[in-house]
Design a protein around this ligand. Sequence first.
Ligand code: HEM
Length: 290
Amino acid sequence: MFLLLLLPGTWIALAWAFATPDPAAGSLLAGAVASATDAMPVTKALHEIGLWAVRLLLLTLAVTPLRRIAAWPGFVQYRRMIGVTAFAYVGIHFCLYIVQQNFRIGFVASEIVQRIYLTIGFIALLGLAMLALTSTDGMLRRLGGRRWQLLHYLVYPLIVLGLWHFFLQSKINVTEPVLMSGLFIWLMLYRLAYRWNGARTLAWWHLVALAGVAAALTMVGEWAWYETMTTLGGERLLAANFTLASGMRPTWWVLLAGLAIVLLQLAADRWWGRARVRNQRRSADRASIA
Ligand code: HEM
């Protein structure tokens, strides 16, 4: 699992390290890697790592619903590992920004103070650093389960800050941050619905409703962003959701992802065997802390 999480970062590092304007001019290996990976200057590496940081942060939040829905309690052992790796990606993203600015630390500091999207990103980075540092078994024991849990609830507002940073730096095209926010909305709605259901695994029709509500909120959120933050107007974007002219919009991806989860639950029920699934869900429910 850990190696799998390192794969995107390693690929980006290789692409960046071997980047050369003319692949033929470097060594044979450099040329091969550079042409395979579309030679990557520092700005591109900064963007790619930022994207993977968001993906991994969302994956951290997906562990709890996935282990309940797929009746796989053991999946929880990976949550801290994924979370800490997500933080490492954010840290590398920050370091790449310093490299991009030619190590002018004073300038970087003044940009963080002056540019609101950097200030927001930096606050998220500091918060995630605190969560990563307190993720050891020793810190868990020292803080006590309850206090540790309360502290780690901070991950939700910190991811909101990360997404906000993503929106603000995206300028005119916010397709990708809208998609990530839609998935985040599903993950939060799932947690609310689970509590509302008395901390019991949700039925498949609850999950269908969740997929619909998350998709609808994604559409409204996208409309609100374009309406208030751009001169494009939200109505055009709203209309784009009902044609395929500009490809499939984030709303539909969020709906599809939500429906895929319903299928996963149905498949777990059918193939894992009902009795076993019920027992595993019960132990996943009991093991739940978030
Ligand atoms: C939780 C913290 C953070 C997350 C999740 C995050 C994520 C992202 C993402 C997803 C992008 C856009 C990638 C793309 O469009 O392809 C981005 C861009 C960027 N981020 Fe971050 N970031 C974080 C913190 C920071 C910090 C602390 C800094 C530096 C102080 C920073 C500097 C930048 C810069 C300079 C860009 C590119 C802006 C541009 O090209 O106009 N980020 N970030």
